[in-house]
Ligand binder design. Structure first.
Ligand code: CA2
Length: 145
């Protein structure tokens, strides 16, 4: 069976490449998704990508992932990382392994970014490695049984 992965991006990440390049780099979300598609296809697997500025839409996508047989999720939850019990509950409900990615090093930033509601449920987290973090997370997800 073909392995299926899901790449999720939360609020404001549709703005990547347009503002704050010193913090978030110069790649657009389309660049990141295209590179991820190529990486996953080269491994003979399948990738779906989804970005939303709406918490409920992300939760609905996570619920649908279970029925689709998604093996693992890579997510940058954006600001919802630090606020969303509901997103955490969605991951707890579907029991799909996920990797949490942050482009910036949240621990070098404001104190409110130091806590994540998701990290304790994640298989692992990557932060501060720029947009390369997505590639490392997908590489891990492809290898994970
Ligand atoms: O470092 C990350 O990837 C973050 O998840 C990004 C979130 C932030 O709230 C987290 O603390 C850390 C913000 C995403 C905003 O994305 C933008 C991209 C370009 C221009 C403006 C915002």
């Amino acid at each position: 069976m073909v392995k299926k992965l899901l790449l999720l991006n939360g609020p404001n990440l549709n703005l990547l490449g347009t503002r704050e390049p010193a913090v978030y780099g110069s790649s657009s979300l389309a660049d990141i998704e295209q590179a991820a598609q190529a990486q996953v296809a080269a491994a003979g697997a399948e990738l779906s990508c989804f970005q939303s500025n709406h918490e409920g839409a992300l939760i609905d996508r996570i619920h649908a992932a279970r029925a689709e047989g998604i093996a693992a999720i890579v997510i940058n939850p954006g600001g919802l990382t630090h606020t969303s019990v509901a997103l955490r509950d969605a991951f707890a409900a579907v029991q799909i392994p996920f990797v949490e990615v942050h482009i910036s090093n949240v621990h070098q930033r404001e104190a409110f970014r130091h806590h994540s509601f998701l990290s304790a449920l994640a298989v692992g987290t990557i932060c501060g490695l720029g947009t390369d973090g997505y590639r490392y997370a997908i590489d891990f997800a492809l290898k994970k049984r």
